[in-house]
Design a protein around this ligand. Structure first.
Ligand code: HEM
Length: 337
């Protein structure tokens, strides 16, 4: 694949190229070639979309706290260049598919069908062009960096816990042996321990460390101190819940056995929230788990990951970012098997 000898690699950037390629392909139907091309637009604009805000983020409190006012003031969440990039990509893709009558059975096909309805006057079920761009953009932004940071943290923990890494590799080889050494959907679903590793990674490193909700009615428990009035914005501290020793004993320890079926069943609900919960939970959950397991299975099967002198013993988190990420990246010693 990408390595023939021992090297120290910044792993988050590398896996970001993989997730950009996967989601670019599935959301926009495009081969982005980010792994080959170090300056690939999808990676550059994907990062800018997540991290660059108009006015340096100074007006974010208005956008999140007062969405109606922000709409009236026509405030934007993204800088113009980023917006232009995604509009251009979607415009070209839609025009190409309509002109060539190309169908790929992907998200873009569904969006185009809804766009056609809107063009035919069905505003109820149809989507305007702006809405098509917004949907494709949301998929990309919601799925690209969330997934790559998760894969990066999983590799970091497996480099620290060699026993876990060896167990994952053994499972991958066993399952692939049963499936003619081919990667199939069924095979990946059989890699149960690998999935547990991803779940434990998301417990220790929930990419979105908190959720916000607005109460739909008054909450009046017996203890009046806990009363919450209708319309209050409530912050749910996922990171705190995931590190509560009463729920997860010795929370600093990376232990995928916390996610066997029995261990999950023994815990109360809503104690593992990396994808949120309720009607607005992450719609990419299955996609994200599959994408992470496929990427990790390829990497762990072919390469051994270890700490290098540059690897941080304790990760420094980027405090300015809304997503939980390693400030200095994750540098690992990678050796081809
Ligand atoms: C490890 C990867 C991922 C994590 C940790 C993650 C996490 C989250 C979280 C915490 C939310 C908010 C849920 C809530 O408020 O209850 C969310 C929403 C969302 N996610 Fe993900 N996500 C991931 C991957 C993806 C992928 C791959 C896609 C699409 C392909 C995606 C699409 C979305 C969308 C569209 C929403 C908004 C849903 C709505 O508001 O109704 N996510 N995600």
């Amino acid at each position: 694949m990408f390595l023939t000898e021992i090297k120290v690699i910044e792993i988050v950037d590398l896996v970001g190229r993989y997730t950009a390629d996967v989601i670019g392909n599935c959301a926009f139907g495009l081969n982005c070639n980010s792994l080959q091309n170090p300056n690939a637009d999808f990676v550059t604009f994907g990062k800018r979309a997540v991290h660059e805000r108009p006015y340096g983020g100074l007006l974010d409190f208005l956008l999140f706290g007062f969405p109606n006012l922000s709409r009236r003031l026509r405030l934007k969440f993204n800088v113009q260049e980023v917006e232009d990039f995604y509009f251009r990509i979607v415009r070209e893709t839609v025009d190409y598919r309509l002109k060539n009558k190309e169908k790929r059975n992907d998200l873009m096909d569904s969006l185009i069908e809804m766009y056609k309805k809107e063009q035919a006057g069905n505003t109820e079920d149809g989507l305007t062009f702006n809405e098509v761009v917004a949907q494709a953009f949301l998929f990309f932004v919601a799925g690209f960096e969330t997934s790559s940071t998760t894969i990066g943290f999983a590799l970091y923990e497996m480099a620290r816990n060699q026993d876990v890494q060896n167990k994952v590799r053994e499972e991958i080889n066993n399952v692939l042996g049963k499936h003619n050494n081919e990667f199939t959907y069924e095979g990946i679903k059989e890699m149960k321990y690998l999935e547990q590793v991803v779940m434990e990674t998301l417990r220790k490193y929930p990419v979105l460390a908190h959720l916000t909700r607005m109460t739909g009615s008054d909450y009046s428990p017996e203890d009046p101190k806990s009363f919450i009035a209708k319309g209050t914005i409530v912050v749910i501290p996922i990171l705190g819940i995931h590190n509560d020793p009463e729920i997860y004993p010795d929370p600093e320890k990376f232990n995928p056995d916390r996610f066997t079926d029995e261990a999950i069943a023994a815990r109360p609900s809503c104690t593992w929230l990396p994808f949120g919960e309720g009607p607005r939970h992450c719609i990419g959950l299955r996609f994200a788990l599959m994408q992470a397991c496929v990427g990790l299975a390829h990497l762990i099967r072919g390469y051994k990951f270890r700490f290098a002198p540059q690897t941080e013993q304790k990760i420094n988190f980027a405090l300015e970012s809304v997503l939980m990420s390693a400030k200095n990246g994750i540098h690992l010693h990678v050796e081809k098997i």
